[in-house]
Ligand binder design. Structure first.
Ligand SMILES: Cc1ncc(COP(=O)(O)O)c(C=O)c1O
Length: 388
C-alpha cells in the first residue's frame, strides 16, 4: 500500500515546515480528542470503574505488541526511556562477561544507566566509536559493532538507529552475534519504533524501550517497553500494588501476596492506568498500526529523494541509502559553510530541524509535504550562494 500525505489528520500551522518529529511529534487530531475526552471523564469519578484501571492498559500493551511482534504480557507501560532502560539494566546477569558495549554518542538516558551498572559491578564500558571517515561510515560502523561482540561481552546497549544522524544499525545481525556469545541486547527504540518496522523476535532483543512522544506519536511522560522472558523474574524499580497478582480485587488488597502480574507486568510504572495519557498513546498507536511503519518509511523515502539528490550533488554529507533511516537523518554542511548561518536561515524561513553533534538532523513523517522539502532545498541553495 502506498500512503498519501496525511496532513489533514494533524493541526500543524500552515506557515511552518516542521521537519523535527525526532524532537517531538505533533499530536494527531484523534489523539488530542482522546485526551480531551479522558480529561472530561474525571469530572465525574463514577465514570471511572475499578475495571478501567486495567482494561485500557491491556489494549495498549496488546497494540504495542502488534507493532514490535510480542505478546501483550511482555510489554510494560513506562514513564520515560530512562525508567525502562534502568529496569532492564538493573536486572542484567553479573556472570556472563566483563564488558558492556555502547556506540559513541549514545543517548544519555541509556548511557548513564549502563555506566553506573558497570561502576557498581566492576565491568568495563567500551564505546564503539563512529568511523572518522564519512565514506562507507554506516557500513563500517556496523561491522565494528558486530566484530566487538565476543565472549567477554555481558551486554550491548544501543539505539535502534543513531538518534543524532539516523544511521541504520543491523539489529538482526547484532542480535544474532549477541546470542552466539551469551550477551544481552538492550535497544532504545525511541527514535524509530512507530516509523520504522522492528521485530523483537527476529532481532533477538532482550529489552526494547521507547519513549512515547516521538515516533509513537503520543503525549509526553508515557512510553512502552518490551522485555523478553529472560527478564520475567527480575526486580522492578518500584513496588506498585497494581503489579501484584491480586491487584484487580480492590476489596482485599491488603491480603498481601508475593507474586507479580505475569510476564513483564512487574515493570509497569506505578499508576500505569494514567487516565489522561494512556488513551492518547493508544489512539496514536492504533493510527500507526493502520498506516503500518513500513508504509511510513516508503513515504519518507520518496519525499526525501529530491533532497538527498540535491545534497549529494552539492557537497553535503548524507549517509547512503542502505544505512540511512528515511524518517530521520543527519546532514553535514559542505566545508566552509557556517552552521550558525544555516540555523539563522532556517529560522527566518520557519523551517524546524535540530542540531545534534556535527549533524543537522532532519526528520519527517506523513504530515510533511514536498513543499517542506522544496523550502529546505531553497534555503540550502541560498546558504551556498552566500558562501561563494
Ligand atoms: C534515543 C533517545 N532515547 C530516549 C530519549 C528520551 O529519553 P527519556 O524518556 O529518558 O527522557 C530521547 C530523546 O530525545 C532519544 O532521542
Amino acid at each position: 500500500m502506498k500512503l498519501k500525505n496525511q496532513k489533514e489528520l494533524f493541526q500543524l500551522p500552515e506557515d511552518i515546515h516542521y521537519l523535527n518529529g525526532a524532537y517531538m511529534s505533533p499530536l494527531l487530531r484523534s489523539v488530542e480528542e482522546a485526551g480531551i475526552t479522558a480529561l472530561i471523564k474525571k469530572r465525574n469519578p463514577t465514570q471511572i470503574t475499578p475495571a478501567d484501571f486495567f482494561s485500557d492498559a491491556e489494549i495498549l500493551r496488546k497494540n504495542f505488541g502488534k507493532l514490535v511482534n510480542c505478546p501483550a504480557e511482555q510489554v510494560a507501560i513506562i514513564p520515560s526511556a530512562s525508567y525502562g532502560l534502568t529496569s532492564a539494566i538493573q536486572n542484567l546477569p553479573k556472570d556472563n562477561g566483563t564488558n558492556a558495549l555502547v556506540v559513541s554518542d549514545e543517548f544519555p538516558s541509556g548511557y548513564y544507566a549502563i555506566e553506573k551498572w558497570c561502576q557498581n559491578n566492576d565491568k568495563h564500558l567500551k564505546v564503539i566509536k563512529a568511523p572518522e571517515s564519512m565514506v562507507g561510515r554506516g557500513q563500517e560502523w556496523n561491522k565494528q559493532i558486530i566484530d566487538s561482540i565476543n565472549d567477554d561481552t555481558a551486554v550491548i546497549l544501543m539505539s535502534s538507529i543513531h538518534w543524532t544522524d539516523g544511521t541504520l544499525f543491523d539489529l538482526k545481525a547484532i542480535g544474532k552475534k549477541c546470542k552466539a556469545h551469551n550477551a544481552l541486547f538492550i535497544v532504545d527504540g525511541t527514535q524509530s519504533v512507530g516509523a520504522l518496522a522492528i521485530d523483537v523476535v527476529s532481532c533477538q532483543i532482550d529489552a526494547l524501550v521507547c519513549a512515547g512522544y516521538k515516533w509513537l506519536m503520543g503525549p509526553y511522560s508515557i512510553g512502552l517497553a518490551y522485555y523478553s522472558e529472560f527478564l520475567n523474574n527480575g526486580s522492578p524499580l518500584e513496588e506498585s500494588w497494581m503489579n501484584r497478582s491480586n491487584a484487580q480485587k480492590f476489596s482485599s488488597l491488603t491480603k498481601y501476596v508475593d507474586d507479580y502480574s505475569i510476564g513483564a507486568g512487574r515493570y509497569n510504572m506505578g499508576e500505569f492506568s494514567n487516565f489522561n495519557l494512556l488513551p492518547m498513546l493508544n489512539a496514536a498507536i492504533e493510527q500507526i498500526l493502520k498506516w503500518d511503519p513500513s508504509n511510513i518509511q516508503s513515504y519518507c523515502d520518496q519525499l526525501s529523494q529530491p533532497l538527498v539528490r540535491y545534497l549529494n550533488d552539492n557537497g553535503f554529507w548524507v549517509e547512503v541509502d542502505d544505512y540511512r533511516a528515511k524518517h530521520l537523518f543527519g546532514i553535514v554542511l559542505p566545508e566552509g559553510v557556517d552552521s550558525q548561518l544555516a540555523l539563522q536561515k532556517f529560522e527566518e524561513n520557519r523551517i524546524f530541524v535540530s542540531v545534534r553533534g556535527k549533524a543537522i538532523r532532519i526528520s519527517m513523517h506523513l504530515f510533511n509535504t514536498d513543499k517542506d522539502i522544496a523550502s529546505l532545498i531553497r534555503v540550502l541553495k541560498g546558504i551556498l550562494t552566500e558562501k561563494r
